[in-house]
Design a protein around this ligand. Structure first.
Ligand SMILES: *Cc1c(COP(=O)(O)O)cnc(C)c1O
Length: 302
């Protein structure tokens, strides 16, 4: 997998709620079922493979797309993969089955113990003479942000080539760097449009603050950041992975042949539709970024 292979299509899908809907298919990134975690992991692995690392340590639940991609990349590159995983989110999923197929060394602990367990593991590995690379959960950090700053450039390129302008960009916002990278891209180009992150778990103000911190860490202070960061927490349902978006998932699959899931993209898609209705948005070009999670689609129809 390399950075050039990240480029994904933007397709016009339909006219919905009096607006033109386009979808950017980041779920089609051609490695391990793609998704935004593949885009981020490509940058992390560029750094890993250029360094002297002999193993990777990361964190994520049993439904984590990030863990699946990182574990698969470790297999492809002959690196040992250690995963710290919370007991509270450990049900069997297609992602967790894949994680097993990739032979990760998983340690299950309760959420409060995660931080210390990671520290201890990194310490143990080093004292055994290993050189571990730590990737924060969800591919958080400047490299994750950079991945979506670069994705924004792809969106700009599409607009220039086709003479289209997206008034709104919607997507599922979780750990925040997908959101942060897109906002950084917009500010870098000095574009005026609305980027709306639909929260899949976190509430305001924390969720939005994490995005803002990631933006500042990547591009420094800028007076435009506050206004540019729209983080909507109205559609989180019961929290992470807890939502019944089965009607939306079915509808989008039947109508467009596009798989969504109940943890991320299904919530974001139905949240986007509600947002469009509530804000009476009409005759605009809307871009939905499909952030992936294809294995979760199969969990959602079981
Ligand atoms: C992780 C994930 C997100 C959220 O991305 P963040 O950068 O963590 O905010 C959205 N969609 C899917 C499918 C994901 O796996």
């Amino acid at each position: 997998m390399n950075i050039e292979s990240m480029k994904t299509p933007i397709l016009r899908i339909d006219r919905i709620l009096d607006n033109e809907l386009y979808i950017k298919r980041d779920d089609l990134i051609p490695y391990s079922f793609g998704g935004n975690k593949a885009r981020k992991a490509a940058l992390f692995f560029e750094e890993i493979l250029n360094g002297e690392y002999d193993c990777v340590v990361t964190y994520g639940s049993s439904s984590s797309n990030h863990v699946r991609i990182v574990a698969n990349l470790c297999c492809s590159n002959n690196l040992e993969c250690y995963v710290i995983t919370p007991k509270e989110a450990s049900e069997t999923t297609f992602n967790s089955k894949l994680r097993e197929m990739f032979n990760v060394k998983a340690t299950e602990v309760s959420v409060e113990e995660v931080h210390d367990t990671i520290e201890q593991l990194l310490c143990d590995l080093k004292s055994e003479g290993h050189n571990p690379y730590f990737i924060p959960g969800g591919g958080h950090g400047n490299l994750g942000t950079q991945a979506y700053d670069m994705c924004y450039d792809e969106i700009k390129e599409f607009e220039t080539e086709t003479g289209t302008f997206f008034d709104y960009i919607f997507f599922a916002s979780g750990t925040g760097t997908t959101h942060a990278g897109l906002v950084c891209g917009m500010l870098k180009h000095n574009d005026k449009r609305t980027i709306v992150g639909i929260s899949i778990a976190r509430k305001n103000p924390r969720g939005r603050n994490v995005v803002i911190e990631s933006i500042k860490e990547y591009m420094g202070e800028d007076s435009r950041i506050e206004d540019a960061t729209v983080f909507v927490d109205d559609f989180i349902g019961g929290g992470y992975a807890k939502a019944d978006s089965s009607d939306t998932i079915k509808e989008v699959m039947l109508k467009y042949g596009i798989p969504l899931d109940s943890t991320y993209t299904g919530k974001a898609y139905s949240g986007m539709c509600e947002y469009i209705k509530n804000n009476r948005i009409k005759d605009k070009n809307i871009l939905f970024i499909h952030t992936g999670g294809t294995p979760l689609f199969f969990d959602s129809i079981q």
